[in-house]
Each structure stands twice: as structure tokens, then as C-alpha cells.
Design a protein around this ligand. Sequence first.
Ligand code: G6P
Length: 607
Amino acid sequence: MCGIVGYCGRKNISEILLGGLKRLEYRGYDSSGIAVGTDNGITVIRRVGKLKNLIDAVPSMLTAQFGIGHTRWATHGEVSEENSHPHTDCSGKIAIVHNGIIENYQQLKDRLIASGHKFKSQTDTEVIAHLLEEAWDGNLTASVRAILPMLRGTYGLIAMHADVPGVLVGARRGSPLIMGIGKDEMFLASDASAIASHAQNVVYLDDGEIISISETGFSITDADNNDIKKPINDMEFENDDFEKNGFPHFMLKEIFEQTESISRGMAGRLDLAAATGKLGGLNMNENQLRAVRRVVIVGAGTSYFAGCIGANFLESMAGIPARAESASEIAYKDIIIEPDTLYFVVSQSGETADTLIALRELKRKGARVLGVCNAVGSTIARETDGGVYIHSGPEIAVASTKAFTSQITTFAIFALIMARLRNMTSVQGEAFIKAFQAIPSQIKEVLEQDSAILALAKKYCGYPNFIFLGRGVCLAAAYEGALKLKEISYIHAEGVGAGDLKHGPISLISEQMPSLFLVPNDGLRQKNISNIKEVKARCGKVIAICTRGDNEIAETVDDVIEVPETWPILSPFLMIIPLQLFAYHCAVLLGRDVDQPRNLAKSVTVE
Ligand code: G6P
């Protein structure tokens, strides 16, 4: 979703701002723009559509030493140049970029219009520029501080003023903002990716903080103008993390990275001698973990499906009642917090508005909430009572792949810890760890079937509808496989419990509606085979993902992809890989924008 970047320094400003916006493209956007301070005031350039349109419009040598940039994902007002950021005040001396939503913008706008301000856009953001114009007292930080109490809603924003050259002021509430420190240059951004190639250190800002940067320094203050000291962190990303490294798309690169990303998520977290796991950041001792009677896992999209699988791990391995809840639902439910229930919020970005709101509601009502995040220093990671980083590395493609398998890696380790504190024997624990540690190399074997999966995609990508079916721990993997297909290929796909087929979805079965079954070698295999036969009896085409050597299935279905044998509970790790590749190849064959599918954003920072 909207991305922001700001720069104070002497390098080529168009390269820095446009390069930063390029890195933010993955979040999803529909227009973009920059504002730079020149000797003649502020120059604003904005364009609708892909960033290339903006790049073509910006002169390569802009002489300016401070500027801001933005990728917009329309919320208030259509996609147009006028509604693109940066927004300016009436004088044109103030420019603003903003991520988030100002909920009371209409009242503010009415009042500002009544006092003579002329608006140029339909956005909520433009009111900030006019409010600043009204509050202007020659000091940019003080003026920003003065207007923030008037804003209701969420913001990560950067302001600049032509009369204060070389200075940017940022503020945040509910939308991310970080500062980057380079050599004689300073940055502000919504996301480390925008500045990873230039900044050596980063400071994560918290809600309520106001930051002022210049080429040589910065100061952070609160609403009452008290100085705030913040830890300075190393920039954890390498430039390479944001390159495709020879792959045609980030999504394919990230699918193939899963052997390493899962290994990274396991590293140092499995203790074969004690036959258990170790998760340092939980902030809970063994007695507190033993006292947990229920687990609820909250997330959105792919993270929610990872939570469903995590709940399954906990019930099957540790015998703890566990369930997953969709973040957008739990946030507004009458939640009953029981003292012995442990909550997790799962989020790749750590910035998803629905998940953040759910976290805050749960905490307000007294729950202990742990986080499972990828983005280090993200808002959710910082607001939880403890948690685990999944360490899958930056995920750039909008459709989540490696973060999903890393999230379920974390839950498998947590379930192992909980099981070993309860019923699981050391022999079982050890056997589980061995099976689990084999997963990365088994994923490699599945990835080697890429060309067979491409052939399958060629055969099936012309069908407009699909059903993905699974049971038990593979049900959420079926949901996730269907989500992948619809997200990037725009083929309609439904995830259905194979046992629920007869309760309705079977009426859809025809030659025109292929079904994709996940059939691990578990106690439900025979039931799945019966369901496959029901589909075949109605002339439906069936693709099955099954265990290597399962000839009965291979002989029953139209097409089959085999994965290595593992513990049935671990089968989602292997079964999801062909589904990710299938979705990817269908999307490429259909000519879709795989890494940035239409209407979607990587990090949904509005409700
Ligand atoms: C959006 C993205 C999905 C993602 C979901 C949750 O819907 O398009 O790919 O799974 O948000 O994101 P999170 O960062 O919280 O895991």
C-alpha cells in the first residue's frame, strides 16, 4: 500500500527518490509522485500508473538537496494526477506525503474551505498541507506538532517547506515511519526496503513521535516537545535481498528460496538432545507455557491460513485446543479473554491494519499476545508482549510464499515445545525433529518438478474456475493454494473441505470445473480417495498432490504431482509448493502482472 520516502543530502535526488519508490513498488500502488526543494521553491511531479511514467517525467539532474516521494494506493478520490501525492497548500510552499487515512478530513476540509483555502484534490491528505499553512509559524517541527492533535485516524507523514530548505519533518500514528542514517545524508521512509541501499543504520519511530531530519542530524520529540532518545539499529538488509537475482519474477525467486528460508527459521531453534524447540523471544517460562490451556492465532490473508495450520499443529501435537481467527473479524467481536488463553498475531509485514487493530483490542482487554512477524522492528513486532521473527528475509512479491512456510515453521517449533512440556515423549520429539529437519531438502525435490508443474499449468490455465480440496492439516493449505491462484492469475478458485464437497460444492462439478486434491498419506487418505471418485463419477477433472509412490491415486486421477513422504502433520510444507508453482505458471501463461497483481497491496495498512 502507499509508500513514502524522504531524503536530505547531496546525492542525485531524483535517483534517490525514484530508486526508493521503485523499491516500494511491491507494496502495490496506482500512482506516484515526488516533490523537491529547489532555489525557486518546491517542484512537484506526479503521474498516474506505473512508476515508469513518473521516471520518464522527472529530469535526470534535479538540483535539490531535500525531497519527498510517494506511491499511492487510492482510498479517497479516484486514481488521478490531482489526487496523487505529494499534496501542497495554497501557497505551494508546503508539500506533504502521507500513508494512512485521516478520518475527520471532511470536517477539517469544510472548515478550511470556509476560511478561504482552495483544495485541488479529493484526498484526505490535502487537509494536512492546508492545516500546516494555517499553523505556520516559521518552525516546521512546531507547526507539525501543532496540527497533529486535529487529525483523527492514522498517518505516517513527511512534510517539507520551501522556506526551510534542507529539512524534512515526519510524524507517525498507526502507519510505519523509519529514519535511515547514511554518510552525510538522512532518510525517512515507510519501509526499510526504500533506503536499504544507502542507509547503514535505522531508527524505528513509534506512534506519537515527531522527527526532524537534515543532511547532518536529526531530533525526535514527543507531542509535548520532550526530546526522545531511540536505539540506533543496523540496517539488516543486503542490497541483493531486493534484486531478482536472475529469476524473471520476485515470486519465483521467493518460491525457490524456501529451502533456505525455512532452514533459517529453524536454525538454533531445535534441540535434538532435549528433543524440543527453543524460541527465545516468547518471554514466557516453562511454567507459564504449561499453564496455557488454549491458543488463538490471529492473522489476515495468507497469515490467517498459516495460523489455521499452526492451530492444527498445536491440537495434534500438544493436545491444546487451538483455533485461528481472521483479524478483521476478531477486531470487532465481543471477545471473551480467558486468562489461560495465549494469543498470537501473525503478520509478514507487521503493519497490516486489521491485525494491528485486533492486537490492540486483545491487549486492551488484558490478553497476553505474542507476535509472529517477518519485518524486524515493525509495529506489530514492537507492540506484542513477546514473539518470534520468522527470518524469511524480505518478501517482495505481493503474493506471499516463503513467509507462509516460515510462519508454519515457527508454529511447528512452538507446537513441539508445547508438546514436550506435556505429553510428547523424547523419542517422539526426536523423530519429529528429524522429519522436520528433512523438510528443506524435500522441498528441493518438489521444486525439481517445476517443469512438470509448468506442463500442468499449460493444460489447465484456460479453465475459469477451480476447486481446491483438502482435509485436516491440509485444509488450510488448500485454502492457501486457492488464494494464490486467484490473487495472481485472476482465475476464480475456492478452497473447500473435501468432506464438505457433498454439502453443496459438488453441484459445481462438471468437465469445466477442475478439482485439485491434497492427499497426504494420513488417516484421511481413504476418505479423500472416495471424494475424488465422487468427482470423477461426475466427469470432473482431478489433479492430485499425493505422496510419492501412491499408485492408487495416480491411477484414479487425471494428473498427479508427487511429493516425498513425511510425517502427515508436516505435509502442508510439501503440498503447498506445487500449488505456489501452479499459480505462478498459470499467471505467467495468462500474461498477468505476477509480482504486482491488480488491486492488491502487499501490506494493507488501511481497514
Ligand atoms: C494482504 C496481502 C496478502 C497478505 C495479507 C496479510 O492481503 O495481499 O498477501 O497475506 O495482507 O499480510 P501480513 O503482512 O499481515 O502477513
